[in-house]
Structure formats: C-alpha cells, structure tokens
Design a protein around this ligand. Structure first.
Ligand SMILES: Cc1ncc(COP(=O)(O)O)c(C=O)c1O
Length: 372
C-alpha cells in the first residue's frame, strides 16, 4: 500500500449512500411533527410488502425483535424447541432464547453455508415448534425444499432475510416462501436505515394482526391489552421515510454488489479459496465470504496491503460462552470448519473499480504461485 492509498473498508456508508440524500425525507418527518406510527410507516409497510410480494408488512424496531415477535406470533414459548443454524451470528438463537425456547442446531450445506435440508428433514422428526432458516451472506437457502419439508411436517417456518433483501429464485422473493419473513434495516444491510429498524412480512392475515398487537404492548386498541407477551417494538417515522427513499435503489445496489462478487469469483478461480457458489439472482452479496485454512495469515497480509476484512462469524452458536451450561455439546462439521476458515472481503455499493482491483491484487499476491 502506498502512503496515499487509504485502507479499503469492509463497508462504507459514505459510498453506499452516495446519490441517496435522505435529508428531504428526514425534513418531511420533522416538518410533520409526527414521529411514531404515522403515514411514513404505513406507506413504507405497504411499499415493502409490495416489493416482497406478500400481503402484509409489520415494521418493528430491529431484526432481532422481528425474529422474536415472529416466534411469539407463531405461538412458540417456554420449553419449545426451534430448529436453526449455528453459523449465522446467534440472532435466531437470541430470539429463541428470549421467548424461553431452546435452539436445536442443524448443520449447513457445504456449498452455500445455509441450512442443510437433509439435516432439517432429520430434525423435523422431533416435531420442533418452529424452524428458522437464514439466507446467510445474501445467499437464499434451499427455501423451496425447506418450506416443503416444514409444510409436510406441519411445522411453521421463518425466513431470516436480514442479509438477503431482494434475493429471489424464479421470481420468488426472500421472505415470501415461509409463514413469516424477518428483515433487519441495520445501516450496513442491503436496505439500511440511519439507525435500527426491522420488519416482518407475512401472507397470513391472522399472523399480521397478532404481530401488530405484539409490537405495541399487546394492544388491540389504545390501552386495551388483548394479547399476552406484547412489547414496544416500533419503527419510527424518520427511519420509515429514509427506507422509503432508499427502497427504489435496492435492486440497483444489489446488482452492484453482485457485479463485485462476480469480479472476485472470476479473479480467484485458480486460487486455493472457496468462493460463493452463486452470483445469480439468488445471491445479493450482502457479504463476500471466502474460505481458506490460512485465514488469519490472509487477513494480516490484506491488512498490510490496505484491505480491511472481517469474520462472519468466528464462534458457532453451539459454542457461545453464555450458553455453555445449556447447550448440549454438538459437532456440526461444516459449521465448525466454516467458523475457522471464513473471511469477508470488502463488497458494498459505491465501491470503485480501482478498489475492487486493489482487493483482487492484494488477495492474489498472498498466493503468488497460483493462478497466474
Ligand atoms: C442474519 C441476521 N439475522 C438477524 C439480525 C439482527 O438484526 P438487528 O441487528 O437489526 O437486530 C442480523 C443483523 O445483524 C443478521 O445479520
């Protein structure tokens, strides 16, 4: 790295928000003096539901609340078990634990690192209360098969779409195949707010109505608590206005992300790296993650060459210390191997061609004898 070259970050809000000035959207809310559950939230919910292709969107305060309220709406509670993966940052586990349920982990597919449908089929025999499948890194899981298995077993399914806004297969969008789809609008997400935000989508009228009640103290009408387990978890008007402004750019920004992923995949073809298996519409490149047993050395090399990296995620849910007394010791070969080998490279909208080329050159120079 020359002295004038800045470090390439793993994500840049400056680059991603370039050309998407949200000040008018924010000003509109300030001028209205209406901050909670107003027209911006109602409009965003209707626009996002339409984008995903489902009847209802219920916005909430963040993606973890979306998962927790989703489980509650499905009737999952104390002592129930929830099947999920253990390589997706503990968010599904947090939600399961917060309703008093016990996560039951299944391994992931070697190629996509998303839920292995064969492992799910075996886990369904124990009749869990729900399943959460995570579309990790922006890669849709094997959602048709997973939804089919859950339907046949009579077990409700949640899609965790926090990293997969806009991913689709055969025209069917992330969040539209299960009973419930959950989204986060954390600022680095493919659709990011300027603070926390989240949403739940569903095609089921009854679930939507229960979710609207649960997100606001369990109220069916003001001060009338008709549903147990309610909370305050609302998206605010400013975040909704910002998200409305950014939603029309989502597909274009996903294309940009995917284009970067394609360039990387092509450039790394001959290198001893495992790269994302898809750069089609079922992958929105929320994160570009490669796998190498020399992960730590590669990270040091890239840092020295001005390229930031991160690890998503270094600790499987099965090994998180806070739950070591509760978790049954479990070996998940693909999950465990991934946590030791995954490394995320910079991939975000607004990343320049020169930055992409610099990342490629830096990665290639770590493997000097391969692929030249
Ligand atoms: C896969 C996944 N699920 C859930 C969440 C939780 O979202 P939030 O941070 O908005 O609570 C995240 C956010 O990082 C995520 O990546």
């Amino acid at each position: 790295m020359s002295e004038v070259e800045a470090m390439i970050p793993i994500f840049s809000a400056v680059a991603a928000n370039r050309g998407l000035d949200v000040s008018a959207a924010v000003a509109r809310v300030l001028d209205s003096h209406w901050y909670i559950l107003g027209t911006e939230v109602a409009q965003f919910e209707s626009e996002f539901a339409c984008y995903v292709g489902v009847r209802h969107c219920v916005s909430v305060a963040n993606g973890t609340d979306a998962l927790e309220l989703g489980l509650k709406a499905l009737g999952v509670g104390a002592g129930d078990s929830v099947v999920c993966v253990a390589n997706a940052g503990f968010y599904g586990s947090t939600a399961a634990r917060s309703v008093g349920a016990v996560p039951v982990y299944v391994d992931v597919d070697e190629g996509t690192l998303t839920m292995c449908s064969a492992a799910l089929a075996a886990a369904l025999a124990a009749r869990p209360a729900a399943v959460i499948t995570t579309h990790l890194y922006g890669q849709l899981s094997d959602i048709d098969r997973i939804a089919g298995l859950c339907r046949a077993a009579g077990v409700p399914l949640i899609e965790d779409c926090a990293q997969a806004h806009g991913a689709r297969r055969a025209g069917k969008m992330a969040g539209s195949s299960a009973d419930i789809g959950c989204f986060s609008f954390y600022p680095t997400k493919n659709l990011g707010a300027i603070g926390d935000g989240g949403a739940i989508v569903t095609g089921n009228d009854e679930l939507a109505s229960r979710l609207r009640t649960l997100r606001q103290y369990g109220w069916s009408s003001k001060y009338q608590v008709s549903c147990q387990g309610g909370r305050n978890s609302r998206l605010d008007e400013i975040q909704a206005a910002v998200l409305r402004h950014k939603l029309p750019a989502l597909d274009r920004q996903n294309l940009e992300r995917r284009h970067i992923a394609r360039r990387y995949n092509e450039a790394f073809q001959q290198l001893p790296l495992l790269c994302p298996v898809s750069t089609g519409e079922d992958f929105v490149a929320h994160l570009y993650v490669v796998r190498t047993p020399r992960r730590d050395a590669l990270r040091s090399h890239l840092r020295a060459h001005g390229v930031a990296t991160d690890v998503h995620y270094p600790i499987p849910d099965t090994r998180q210390p806070a739950y070591s007394a509760f978790n049954v010791p479990q070996t998940l070969p693909v999950t465990d191997a991934a946590s030791d080998t995954v490394v995320s490279l910079p991939c975000f909208p607004g990343m320049t061609d020169t930055e992409v080329a610099r990342v490629i050159a830096a990665v290639r120079s770590f493997f000097p004898t391969s692929g030249r």
